[in-house]
Design a protein around this ligand. Structure first.
Ligand SMILES: [Zn+2]
Length: 237
């Protein structure tokens, strides 16, 4: 009697273990962590993109500023020549003035471009700041999600451990051959390998038992078992 009870206990714990395992593989908290991680990865990607654009704008601005400097120094060089009393002919003076005028036009052009770039930089910086804020918030969310996952996982592991221990205890109280037989049928019958005989029928059988099989089971001693000839389960009288 005790032996069959312990086999039923093994089966009950196996059912619980399967449910716990399923829960472990489908933890809501794990899904939240995965979602948050992928959001963070997306944000980090857009931050990289924005930063690259921003850097490019800054570099273009710098190049134009350097060109402005070169143009300015050339202008002051030419101014020096023009007004320094070194010009000997009106033709030379005219050519210097023309060059200076062209250089000033170039300078204006460059300064306009620099202004345009400065106007681009501002929204870029705001965009980066916004993404940075979102990254910060998402990192906090991730931390909270990971903590929640950690707590739930630890609880679940504890429950799994206790269930395993109960299962092992029940298994140790079950006769080895019977336990092996039970194990060999688990793949086929899952949570109903071992079932009760209710006096007329095997509880595992999908339909009523033939009278001859029911009679056979009625003959076995109470508390013992037999393989049901109909469904193949271990049926306990
Ligand atoms: Zn049966």
């Amino acid at each position: 009697m005790k032996e069959m009870e312990s086999l039923f206990a093994v089966q009950e714990e196996d059912v619980v273990l399967r449910q716990l395992q399923h829960r472990k593989e489908n933890l809501h908290e794990a899904g939240v962590v995965a979602n948050t991680e992928s959001r963070l990865a997306e944000l980090s990607k857009s931050k990289d993109l924005l930063s690259a654009e921003h850097l490019e704008t800054i570099q273009r601005q710098k190049r134009f500023e350097q060109e402005v400097e070169a143009v300015e120094s050339r202008i002051s060089e030419l101014d020096g020549k023009l007004y320094g009393g070194m010009v000997t002919s009106p033709k030379e003076a005219t050519s210097l003035e023309t060059e200076i005028r062209h250089l000033r036009e170039r300078q204006n052009e460059l300064e306009e471009k620099i202004l345009e770039l400065m106007e681009e930089v501002e929204p870029q910086e705001r965009g980066i700041e916004k993404v940075n804020n979102e990254i910060g918030e998402t990192q906090k969310e991730l931390e909270i999600a990971r903590e929640a996952l950690q707590v739930t996982s630890a609880e679940l592991e504890e429950t799994l451990k206790e269930t395993h221990e109960r299962r092992e205890k029940a298994a140790s109280e079950t006769e080895a051959g019977l336990l092996k037989h039970y194990e060999s049928l688990r793949g086929a019958f899952g949570s109903s390998v071992v079932v009760q005989f209710d006096g007329n029928n095997c509880k595992g059988c999908p339909s009523a038992m033939p009278a001859v099989e029911a009679d056979r089971l009625k003959q076995i001693p109470e508390g013992s078992y037999s393989d049901c000839q109909e469904c193949g389960r271990i049926v306990v009288r």
